[in-house]
Ligand binder design. Structure first.
Ligand SMILES: CC(C)(COP(=O)(O)OP(=O)(O)OC[C@H]1O[C@@H](n2cnc3c(N)ncnc32)[C@H](O)[C@@H]1OP(=O)(O)O)[C@@H](O)C(=O)NCCC(=O)NCCS
Length: 180
């Protein structure tokens, strides 16, 4: 892991952040990640998504963490969706775990996951849930102590239109950092 990587919680998201997060999202979708978007992955779609996220952050509905490289550019991100039904105040969803292809396999995903979990705990969450269609992400979550629940076939489409399954995971959070 490079010492030059900084993990930051984006409490406000300006134009620079929107553009750099869009770069990351576009790269991931073009790389085949099933993260809500289909090809062609346009900048218009990416910017609209991140502007919506920025508004949601401003309303306190979610937390966004970002990994920045030595130049300060965002190369990865993850989110915790805090806003849940009133009968699930202790739960959050981990979403949009994205690392630019040029920055993968350096431990940035693991740093983002740990930072997102810390922020969730600080926000009072003790249970996190996610689903993923990525084998790379499944190994990341398993290493992070997440529990695999099961697979739903044909849950979504890959960016090129092929159907894909999704796998659900959960993790109980503990203040001492141990897996619950
Ligand atoms: C899933 C994803 C976020 C992982 O990000 P990442 O930054 O590559 O994650 P890490 O570097 O922490 O771990 C990836 C691998 O690199 C390895 N690694 C970590 N640091 C390393 C280092 N310094 N040198 C060599 N390998 C290293 C890890 O052991 C891991 O190995 P494995 O895949 O064989 O298990 C990334 O692949 C991605 O963005 N995918 C597309 C989007 C997506 O599908 N996201 C999931 C949505 S739920």
């Amino acid at each position: 892991m490079s010492d030059a990587i900084a993990i930051r919680c984006l409490t406000t998201m300006g134009e620079r952040e929107i553009q750099e997060l869009s770069d990351v999202l576009i790269d991931c979708v073009e790389g085949g990640a099933s993260v809500s978007f289909m090809l062609p992955m346009t900048r218009t779609k990416a910017e609209a998504f991140w502007r919506g996220v920025a508004a949601s952050v401003a309303r306190g509905e979610r937390v966004v963490v970002a990994a920045e490289d030595e130049t300060g550019a965002i190369i990865g991100t993850a989110q915790i969706i805090l806003d849940q039904p009133e009968n699930q105040p202790h739960r959050g969803d981990l979403a949009k775990m994205l690392v630019h292809r040029r920055a993968r396999r350096r431990g940035i995903g693991a740093l983002l996951l740990a930072a997102a979990e810390r922020r969730a705990l600080e926000a009072g969450k003790t249970l996190l849930v996610l689903d993923t269609a990525s084998d790379d992400a499944e190994r990341l979550y398993a290493r992070g102590g997440w529990q695999r629940c099961g697979v739903i076939p044909d849950y979504a489409l890959l960016p090129d239109g092929q159907p894909c399954a999704t796998t659900y995971y959960f993790k109980f959070l503990r203040k001492d950092g141990a897996s619950g």
